[in-house]
Each structure stands twice: as C-alpha cells, then as structure tokens.
Design a protein around this ligand. Sequence first.
Ligand code: ATP
Ligand code: MG
Length: 251
Amino acid sequence: MNQKGGVGKTTTAVNLAASVAAAEKRTLLLDMDPQGNASSGVGVRQGTRERSVYDVLIGRATLAEVLVPTEVPGLLVAPATQDLVAAELELVDEADRATRLKTALAALLEKDPFDYVFIDCPPSLGLLTVNALTASKCVLVPLQCEYYALEGLTHLMATIDRVKNGYNPTLAVEGIVLTMFDPRNNLAHQVADEVKKHFHVFESVIPRNVRLSEAPSHGKPVILYDVQSKGAQGYLSLARELLLEHAGGNA
Ligand code: ATP
Ligand code: MG
C-alpha cells in the first residue's frame, strides 16, 4: 500500500505475486482497488468479471466463489470491479465494516491454504485500505524516490498504527520497495538514503523499465511478457529476497 497514486503498487502486486507463484508457491492476488488494474494486469478484463471482491465485502459471495485462475500456474486472482467504490458507502453503518475482508480471507484459507496472498490497495487510506490492512500480516510499501515521498510515508505509518491499535496488533511493516528507480538521478539516491535511515528497504530495487508498463496491455505479468527485461529481473530478485526473509523465520 501507499496512498500516493501511481507509485507502482499494482505493478508490484502483480509482478511480485507472479514471481512468487513462479517459485512454486500457491499464490493469491487480491484486488482491492475499484480501478481493477491488478485484475486486468493478469488478464481478467473488465466486463468479464462476473463476481468480484465487492460481492465478498457485502456478503453476497465467498472469496472462494470469486477466484479466477491466471496464465501463471499457481496464481489465482480475486478480481475487483468499479462497484467496489460503493462498498465504502454501503458498509459505513456496519459494525464489522473493517474486518469483512479478514473474515472472508480466513474462511478461504481454512479450506484452501495459499502460501502467499498479495493485496493491491487503492491510492487512499479509506475503508478498502483499512480492510486490506486488517486482513494482512505485513505491509509492503512501494515508493518512488521523489521529493514528496517521505511526507506521504508519515501519514501512511500513522494509518498503519491506527489499524494496528484498532484491529490487527501483529501487523508489521515488511519493508519499502523502491520503484521506477533511475540511478542517474541524484535526488533518487538522496531519497533512498533518507528512507533507509528510518525503514527496512529491500535490497532489490525496481528500475524504470518500459517492459513493465507494456506488459499490462497484454494482460500478462512481465515474466510472461519479457522475462529477460530489467523489470522482470527486478521483481524476480524481490521475490527471492522476500521468500528468503520468510524462510529465515521473519514471516
Ligand atoms: P494507483 O495509485 O493509480 O493505483 P499504482 O501505485 O498502482 O497506481 P501502477 O499502476 O503500478 O501504480 O504504476 C503507475 C504507472 O507507472 C503505470 O502506467 C505503470 O505501468 C507504470 N510503471 C510502474 N512501475 C514502473 C516501472 N518500474 N518502470 C516503468 N513504468 C512503471
Ligand atoms: Mg494501482
């Protein structure tokens, strides 16, 4: 998550999930953004989504009923549709509004254990993001190294603390992923150094790479579009790092 728009949340959710699935982990990509970009990024087009995370949140379907397979073996997606916007309003008076996703996910995982679940959040700190944080073990923050990046982080950490105190005491910040990194840009290095003083930053850095922006228009994660590209290699490396950390007992 990151409430700032266009920082690479969806690109990271799609490609990290695909890379983890490629390492033979059973993986779920859960789309919590009404824009539905994560769903289309793995080939589930708008209009073909019969049931979605919206139906799950309002209690009309179970999560198991909305899962769709993708072209990547072992990667399933729970798609989002635009009506997810309405869920924020429809749930406003419900006592369990913040824990709907958590309850749905727990019911799914009881019957169908996934090794990893990645949730793509919208660029806001509203109820959808709160549901995602409440249902999660840890938070991964994609960050573009630019001037205002750090300011946004303060708000984001305050929201994470609020959810921690209210609904999810064991929620942890897994780390920051530097995205769209341009090593020739001095400011990018300065911001990266500053972020590293305060947070765990993954060693794998995602470079700016045109293949990553082209792949979604083909409905494919980048490992199926151009596995040799720097972008694909970046996400494969990030997946390795994440899996190693978890194997080391930090899960
Ligand atoms: P939103 O806040 O709208 O949900 P987001 O944080 O999910 O946005 P993305 O959709 O992943 O961000 O990325 C924004 C744009 O930048 C997209 O067009 C995407 O294809 C492109 N992009 C993301 N990462 C990279 C990269 N490493 N190199 C080049 N383009 C990238
Ligand atoms: Mg997005």
